[in-house]
Write a protein that binds this ligand. Structure first.
Ligand code: ADP
Ligand code: MG
Length: 414
């Protein structure tokens, strides 16, 4: 890893609070970062969005449903073939403006991840996936810029992987079927970053569509678009800016408890269980396992109900389901934290009259973001009220931005 002098784009910090710059603006910024770094103009430009999950939390590894959308925050990349005599065997150099770091690695099969989980691993994992498909580009250079907050649960990692895959497609002229591309990126995250993630993040970044959410069945890996064309509502994301490392094993423990509950109910996964079945077995189950399972079974049902409510433009019902999801994650699954609870309470205080239909924590928990469904006309007022009141109560400065459902990864015209 080579450290270079700071050259983070000037607007990289500014975007954290307000609406992000347009993709066209980002393209101009990354083009400049590229030519400054590599001394020639870029030839290819790609973008891949982050995502937010509207409802369906901790359901993915229980074969359930999730309901994410891609957000108007992107990882963008600019690239060109190596200007000077290319090295043999071929290598790629990636410069991340976010980390102000350059990494270089081989493009042929066999390039192994570095021991530390550096950002370079995500990129290398995708390159290795392409190499395994016998798709190897010639030596090239790339610059990476992002408006997806890093580590905030909005999947900057999947956006980075999917942007890399989209770039490799552009450079080599080989397009992968979209499904394979998403799975290849997921595999990169498993094997090169050591994160055993589900399919939601990479699928969202690949398949995102304007004016639509994605109802993703994690059992069949099938996906259905749920239209959210009405301009009446906007999704507001607020980042609590806390990340509690209370217990590293919390995630593994929740998975194990879900597994234990499913085994006790004699089903392959909690997707196949009903609340009636669960309640009938209550005396057989340890209390924690019972409550974890109650969350998962109810949350899977809420997710399909929310998809139907959104399709019917029934914002109140959708919002109610979001509040129920939060309460269940807080009380039964126990993955919330005081800061997330405060953000949801503050949203609830603003209420439907003030333009908030519903709000909940989103992502794995113990910090990160909340997602709220808001009336578009009020969203900026709501954003400012939430941020100011949260800071007054916690002393922590949060971030927030509004987003409509965005388009999945794409190649931009130079
Ligand atoms: P999340 O996906 O929720 O943002 P993760 O911990 O899964 O959080 O992924 C964050 C990691 O992804 C970072 O630590 C870094 O390794 C990588 N990453 C994200 N954005 C960038 C970027 N712009 N440049 C380089 N690496 C990035
Ligand atoms: Mg991630």
């Amino acid at each position: 890893m080579i450290h270079t002098s700071p050259s983070r784009p000037p607007d990289a910090d500014a975007v954290a609070g307000g609406p992000g710059p347009s993709v066209t603006q980002l393209q101009a910024t990354v083009a400049e970062a590229f030519s400054k770094r590599f001394g020639q103009p870029a030839r290819w430009f790609v973008a891949a969005p982050g995502r937010v999950n509207l409802i369906g939390e901790h359901t993915d590894y229980n074969d359930g449903f999730v309901l994410p959308m891609a957000i108007e925050r992107y990882v963008v990349m600019a690239a060109a073939l190596r200007a000077e005599v290319p090295p043999a065997p071929p290598t790629a150099r990636f410069y991340s403006a976010e980390f102000d770091e350059m990494t270089e690695f081989g493009l042929e099969q066999g390039s192994r991840p570095s021991a530390s989980t550096s950002w370079s691993n995500y990129v290398q994992g995708v390159v290795a996936g392409f190499a395994a498909e016998a798709i190897v580009p010639p030596s090239f250079d790339a610059a990476v810029l992002s408006t997806v907050p890093v580590g905030g649960g909005l999947s900057s990692s999947a956006a980075l992987e999917v942007a890399t895959a989209t770039l490799l497609e552009a450079v080599t002229g080989h397009q992968l079927p979209a499904n394979r591309k998403a799975l290849l990126c997921q595999k990169a995250e498993h094997e090169y970053a050591g994160v055993p993630c589900g399919i939601m993040d990479q699928f969202s970044s690949v398949f995102g569509r304007e004016n639509a959410l994605m109802l993703l069945d994690c059992r069949s890996q099938e996906m259905e678009y749920v239209p959210l064309a009405s301009e009446e509502v906007t999704v507001l994301i607020t980042n609590s800016n806390v990340s509690h490392q209370l217990d590293d094993g919390a995630y593994a423990q929740r998975r194990a408890q879900c597994h234990t509950a499913a085994a006790a109910l004699r089903v392959g996964s909690l997707r196949e269980a009903t609340l009636q079945q669960l309640n009938a077995q209550r005396s057989q189950l340890e209390e924690h396992c019972y409550r974890r399972a109650r969350h998962v079974i109810a949350e899977i049902a809420r997710t399909t109900q929310a998809a139907a409510a959104i399709a019917a433009q029934d914002w109140k019902t959708t919002g109610q389901l979001m509040y129920e999801s939060h309460a269940s994650l807080r009380d039964d699954f126990e993955v919330s934290c005081p800061e997330l609870d405060i953000l949801v309470e503050l949203a609830q205080e603003i209420g439907v009259e003030g333009g908030v239909y519903g709000s909940r924590m989103t992502g794995g928990g113990f910090g990160g973001c909340t997602v709220s469904l808001t009336r578009t006309a009020d969203v900026e007022d709501i954003r400012q009220a939430l941020l100011a009141r949260y800071e007054a109560r916690t002393g922590i400065r949060p971030h927030g931005f509004a987003s409509r459902p965005a388009r999945g990864a794409f190649v931009m015209q130079p």
